[in-house]
Design a protein around this ligand. Structure first.
Ligand SMILES: *Cc1c(COP(=O)(O)O)cnc(C)c1O
Length: 359
């Protein structure tokens, strides 16, 4: 099949023009009063036009698919997603005049569904997170459409050596800081694409920075890393939207990761709330996971007497989770006890003293 070359040329121009109209995302600091020798930064990915780090991924996936001749004029684009990717892809599909269908677990937050529909996308629900892949493949066959498959292609659709990817942007923005080369960059993994891009960039640039990946409770990534296995599967979906997977996704590149931390879901939600109280930004759940893992890395640096900087990410905005992670009755109903972790985090931020939480 050869794609319509006039359409393709125009589609690439529209994507590039959209990028050219957009600004870079900010790097802001969280004050660590109790650990003054260490600086913690958040790359705020919630300021993209579609409000999450998936904006970068969606643009890359469309460019990759179009340049590969996989998407043509009038085609339907289908994606398996826990929500954020579908929001961003719906935006780009509309920009290109393509129909878009998101295949999502029925537990996906109503705010994300609204955002997808706002951009003209349609939502197709499945009962469990593990069913999204086969349902998306089936829809693609039935509609003669293209299944984007972020979990396979996230890792390779992004230019990892530079081209203003997220890693290059972080290092550029750190240039005038006390410690321009961070000791650690801490991210969480959904596709694993962000970790792959940052990890490869660190090595390509020969930086001493190490990459830590935080995994939520219900996910195989942590065990897959520890045991060097790609065949682990579980039959449940993560409680932290956007991160943690029931299978070892092809885009999860273990070899670029230096360290992994398993974060209890209650700790993620506690960290998210603490951050919301201390900065003028409202983070989503995975940002809490990132913060909690970052604090453990910072604790270990402080114990070892190392000063330096740590960079993590604000992945998406808390407005999407007002009815869930920010609702006390939702947390209670699901059995998440966040108070012990809140106390632990506040104490550590204020005094530098880390007290373990009794399980
Ligand atoms: C996708 C996602 C992540 C993880 O990013 P990947 O590059 O897919 O690993 C983190 N937080 C949120 C909210 C996400 O949607």
């Amino acid at each position: 099949m050869t794609t319509d070359s006039a359409w393709r040329t125009e589609a690439v121009r529209k994507l590039e023009a959209d990028g050219n109209r957009s600004a870079d995302t900010h790097l802001f600091r969280l004050e660590l009063a109790g650990i003054p020798e260490i600086e913690l930064y958040f790359k705020d990915e919630s300021t993209h036009p579609t409000r999450s780090l998936k904006h970068r991924l969606a643009r890359s996936l469309f460019l990759y698919a179009i340049c590969n001749g996989w998407i043509d004029k009038g085609m339907t684009v289908i994606e398996a997603s826990s929500g954020s990717t579908a929001v961003s892809e719906a935006y780009f599909a509309r920009l290109l005049g393509l129909d878009f269908i998101a295949v999502m677990p029925k537990s996906t937050s109503p705010e994300k569904v609204q955002a997808i529909e706002f951009y003209g996308g349609r939502c197709h629900y499945v009962d469990k997170g593990s069913e999204i892949y086969s349902a998306a493949e089936k829809l693609a066959r039935e509609t003669d459409g293209h299944y984007m498959d972020q979990f396979t292609y996230a890792e390779r659709a992004t230019d990892w050596r530079g081209n203003n990817n997220i890693a290059e942007s972080i290092y550029r923005q750190l240039a005038r800081e006390n410690h321009p080369v961070p000791e650690w960059i801490v991210v969480s993994a959904g596709t694993g694409g962000t970790a792959a891009t940052i990890g490869r960039y660190i090595r390509y640039q020969r930086f001493q920075t190490r990459l830590c990946v935080a995994d939520p409770e219900i996910s195989v990534f942590y065990d897959s890393f520890l045991e060097s296995r790609d065949d682990l599967v579980i039959d449940a979906g993560s409680n932290v939207e956007g991160i943690g997977r029931p299978r070892c996704e092809p885009s999860f590149v273990r070899g670029v990761i230096d360290h992994m931390v398993k974060v209890p879901d209650a700790a993620s939600f506690a960290a998210m709330r603490v951050l919301a109280e201390r900065v003028d930004h409202l983070p989503g759940g995975s940002t809490g996971t990132n913060l909690y893992a970052s604090l453990q890395v910072i604790r270990d640096m402080a114990t070892a007497g190392t000063s330096g900087s740590v960079v993590t990410m604000l992945c998406d905005p808390g407005e999407r989770y007002r009815e869930t992670y920010y609702a006390d009755d939702w947390l209670a109903e699901k059995g998440f006890h966040i108070q012990p972790y809140r106390d632990q985090i506040n104490r550590f931020l204020d005094t530098g003293d880390w007290q373990e939480v009794e399980p």
